[in-house]
Design a protein around this ligand. Structure first.
Ligand SMILES: [Zn+2]
Length: 524
């Protein structure tokens, strides 16, 4: 029997957790954080308690009650007794094998991979090298909390006396099992993947399996797709009820838009029984292309000769970084990136050196190093490697017109180190605010920008402002065309707030739309 159960991404954008079962075989498509629901309970300061492990996210319904799926070391004694009466509680343990054969992770945005942090590290993560390496770089440069352990885990132990889970310094670390869909890391990438963990005598390594097209006896296809992060993929898995395809997040108007035609055709050739697909942005207006963003930003930067330009874009939007890098080269400026950006570019050049050459070979790229008393180990290493390519605040103050500085709200304090930047430009190259918290942050950003005398461009709330952002998602008509051309027998809309939109649009198309419900299996 084949069944599909959605535990996240149901009438919400992100948090995708889709379980596909074919008899004994089990697969997950993504295991992301549902930020909408997460923010109903938590913020930056109020967070799940490490000492309670799985208790907080399970109690709040942020993780499905699937016993056997999660890290043993995050499971306090008697945890599952509390959840046994929940309607979709299940015992998933299997003798001699992890509870799931693989989690196919579409890309390294946290709404698709964030909750991997809680999963049993023996469950193999199937993804592209770029996705795996981005996740590693993010974890190395991020907070070292237990709920950030997407790529490797620091094992905890239950402390009987204190009745709490504890991570001790020097506790064993374990890399999550990984199936690299596009081949094993080679050359320098191999030792980086295995040993770029913080020094630990007891690092455990899982064997990495080269992808051979089958997982747990099931044929798997994957395609690179166009999205606002490198390494994004769509999947299809052969089951006894036919092919089940999963779109991940996608668009047709970015750098890899042209490759999408092949994806559509090959997916359609499988004549899938089911397509599980995203519907983030169902508007009719065609999204701005990356080329249009480059043109608008270029015009503004050209008009700001001799003055500082700040570029603010999403941290993993490498395509946008490349856009600003090209503009910097063309307009005689240097693009100054943050240490975490440098680490990300280094990781990508290890994962995929053809697509991402060594960032230290780009003449218009340099590291912005603000004074810090004690940078963390990863940052010290980055600063060392980029020593000859480092620009300090005093250099920017001395010649603000020579630079495009990559900053965001989280770097706003550092604007105070700079002098002579009044009348410069702050290019806001991000999406509009989607919730109250983001709206407050945007207001805070306006305050900072105004305070230091920069001119804000690209404000998404100002209808007259230049448009400086290209969405990571296709428009409604584009997605509809995609689904109609793939033409599955059944379409399951996820990662959307409007599943009913699909029922209306696909009525009479011969494609059955099945709206998922959390925890309720859809039997094929
Ligand atoms: Zn997403």
């Amino acid at each position: 029997m084949v069944q599909i159960t959605c535990y996240g991404g149901v009438s919400e954008i992100g948090g995708n957790k889709v379980l596909l079962e074919d008899d004994q075989a089990r697969f997950l498509f993504d295991f992301g954080t549902a930020f909408g629901r997460y923010r109903n309970f938590f913020n930056e300061y109020l967070r799940p308690r490490p000492s309670r492990g799985l208790l907080d996210p399970l109690s709040l319904g942020l993780l499905p009650p699937l016993k056997g799926l999660y890290r043993d070391d995050l499971t306090p004694p008697n945890l599952w007794k509390r959840f046994q009466n929940l309607s979709f509680y299940r015992e998933m343990e299997r003798q001699g094998a992890p509870a799931v054969d693989a989690v196919l992770v579409s890309h390294a945005h946290l709404d698709h991979n964030g909750d991997l942090a809680y999963l049993d590290p023996a469950i193999p993560i199937g993804c592209t090298r770029a996705t795996a390496f981005i996740a590693r770089a993010m974890q190395l440069a991020g907070r070292s909390d237990f709920d950030q352990e997407v790529s490797f885990v620091s094992l905890r132990a239950w402390n009987d006396r204190e009745q709490a889970l504890k991570g001790q310094s020097g506790s064993p670390r374990q890399i999550r099992a990984c199936i690299f869909l596009d081949g094993l890391p080679e050359g320098e990438a191999d030792p980086w993947w295995k040993s770029s963990l913080p020094a630990s005598q007891t690092t455990l390594l899982h064997p990495q399996v080269g992808f051979q097209g089958r997982i747990a006896g099931h044929e798997v296809r994957w395609w690179p797709v166009d999205h606002s992060i490198p390494g994004a993929a769509a999947f299809a898995l052969q089951t006894s009820a036919g092919w089940v395809a999963y779109s991940g997040d996608l668009r047709f108007h970015g750098q890899h838009g042209q490759g999408m035609e092949r994806v559509v055709q090959e997916m359609a050739d499988l004549k899938p029984a089911v397509l599980i697909g995203e519907g983030t942005y169902l508007e009719d207006t065609p999204p701005l292309s990356e080329a249009e963003v480059a043109e608008a930003a270029g015009r503004l930067i050209r008009g700001a000769a001799g003055r500082l330009v700040v570029a603010d874009f999403a941290p993993r939007n490498v395509e946008r970084l490349q856009t600003f890098l090209r503009l910097a080269g063309a307009l005689g400026r240097q693009l100054l990136i943050q240490p975490k950006d440098a680490l990300l570019l280094e990781a990508l050049s290890l994962a995929d050196p053809c697509a991402f050459p060594d960032p230290l070979t780009f003449p218009h790229l340099a590291l912005y190093a603000d004074p810090k008393s004690a940078p963390r180990k990863w940052e010290q290493d980055v600063r060392k490697r980029w020593q000859a390519r480092t620009v300090a605040p005093q250099h920017v103050s001395a010649g603000p017109g020579d630079y495009i500085l990559c900053f965001s709200l989280w770097d706003a304090n550092d604007l105070l180190d700079l002098e002579g930047i009044a009348d410069g430009l702050y290019l806001y190259s991000n999406s509009r605010a989607y919730d109250e918290e983001q709206a407050v942050d945007l207001e805070r950003l306006r305050n900072w920008v105004g305070h230091v005398g920069l001119r804000l461009e690209g404000d998404p709330d100002d209808p007259k402002a230049a448009r400086l952002h290209s969405s990571g998602h296709a428009s409604g008509p584009q997605l509809l065309d995609f689904v109609q051309r793939v033409h599955p027998q059944m379409f399951i809309p996820i990662h959307t707030e409007q599943p009913e939109w699909w029922e209306k649009k696909l009525a009479g198309s011969g494609i059955q739309v099945v709206r998922p419900e959390v925890g309720r299996p859809i039997v094929l």
